[in-house]
Design a binder for this molecule. Structure first.
Ligand code: FAD
Length: 330
């Protein structure tokens, strides 16, 4: 049987479909249109309603494969990968995309091993090669200095994870219609060796840097960890989130969930402050698609000014307190 269709792996937590699922659909839509194939959103979880599935259709899916079962409420990779492998065997999708989130990064390698497929992690661009119909999977490589385009021409499904927030979800089209398929859960696919003992929210959940409209980020120019107080105050005036360069994280001034860049998070806020950050290519990879960028740096030649909409050359220890003072008075 031929492989057919573009699948995106939806993510749900506590019965809510996560935003990345909608972002993936805008990636998948483009590919499905080029191939003239169906775009399918696969959602595994518990308590996901048809109404929620409809939202995926309005965002571009032609079909939603929905598998609800209490045993699938929590993401346990052994169970999810067994279920997905089984579905791949049955439906034979040509392409499978997942977000490069904890879930996507964990489950996709399992599936790649099980189906003997290739997998390109952390893609920032996806396209279809015109003559062959192969998936072109582009991602930063060699420390972010080049963009490599990878293909797996001799195997189906073709699989990739996509950087969350590297694209926006499509506007919902209320008039779109599609099919919702309720999949039957086969409990023999559960891996009895793994049991959930409890759930503890980690710090990352509290930060929510990728959903913030405003991110104020600090770098090595802050000189020491305590000076992040200036950045926290600045972010606070906008009810925004704090971000950081890797140098600041490596120095233990702030923890890893706040890191923006190639090996951290990708953010696309309405406003991004880069304070004492030089603008290394690996940092830019995580923030250059922000709508507005304000850079504060004492070096007029800093690369961050090349991507900023508004730049202030000067000592951050003079500029940021003054800015905070003005914002406090507003
Ligand atoms: P610096 O480059 O040292 O810049 C500090 C800046 O502060 C300078 O421009 C300086 O002019 C300015 N400054 C100093 N004092 C003041 C002052 N008083 N007032 C105003 N400005 C001042 N980096 C990331 O950020 N995120 C990543 O995800 C990431 N991933 C990486 C992955 C790989 C594989 C590699 C090789 C590197 C990665 N890096 C990443 C590291 C990256 O190359 C840079 O080293 C890092 O971004 C530099 O951080 P910085 O801008 O804070 O420090």
């Amino acid at each position: 049987m031929d492989y057919n269709g573009v699948w995106t792996l939806g993510e749900a937590r506590d019965g809510e479909i996560k935003e990345v699922s909608f972002e993936l659909l805008s990636r998948g839509r483009k590919l499905a249109d080029k191939l003239d194939e169906e775009l399918v959103s696969l959602v595994i979880g518990d308590g996901i309603t048809d109404q929620q599935a409809e939202e995926l259709i309005k965002s571009g899916a032609d079909k939603v494969l929905l598998m609800n079962a209490p045993a699938l409420k929590d993401f346990i990779v052994e169970n999810y990968s067994n279920v997905i492998e089984d579905l791949i065997e049955e439906y034979k999708p040509e392409i499978i995309l997942a977000a490069a989130t904890t879930m996507g990064r964990t489950v996709m390698p399992y599936i790649a091993i099980k189906t003997d497929a290739g997998l390109t992690a952390d893609c920032t661009e996806l396209d279809i090669e015109e003559d062959t119909g192969n998936l072109l999977q582009t991602r930063p490589a060699i420390g972010g200095n080049i963009l490599a385009t990878i293909k797996t021409p001799n195997h189906r499904p073709q699989m990739a994870t996509v950087r969350p927030h590297s694209t926006k979800a499509a506007e919902k089209d209320e008039s779109r219609t599609g099919e919702i398929v309720h999949l039957k859960f086969d409990s023999s696919l559960l891996d009895g060796r793994v049991k959930k003992l409890g759930f503890r929210k980690n710090e990352e959940d509290a930060v929510n840097i990728q959903d913030a409209d405003v991110v104020a980020a600090g770098g090595k120019g802050l000189k020491k960890g305590e000076n992040f107080a200036l950045i926290r105050e600045l972010a606070g005036y906008f009810e925004g989130a704090v971000g950081a360069s890797r140098d600041a994280v490596d120095r233990d001034w702030i923890s890893y969930p706040y890191q923006v860049g190639l090996s951290g998070k990708t953010v696309t806020p309405k406003l991004y402050f880069a304070v004492g950050i030089s603008g290394a290519i690996q940092h830019l990879a995580g923030m250059k698609t922000s709508e507005n960028i304000i850079a504060i740096n004492e070096d007029p030649d800093a690369d961050i000014f090349k991507v900023s909409d508004f730049g202030i050359v000067g000592d951050l220890f003079e500029i940021v307190p003054e800015l905070n003072k003005q914002l406090a008075e507003e």
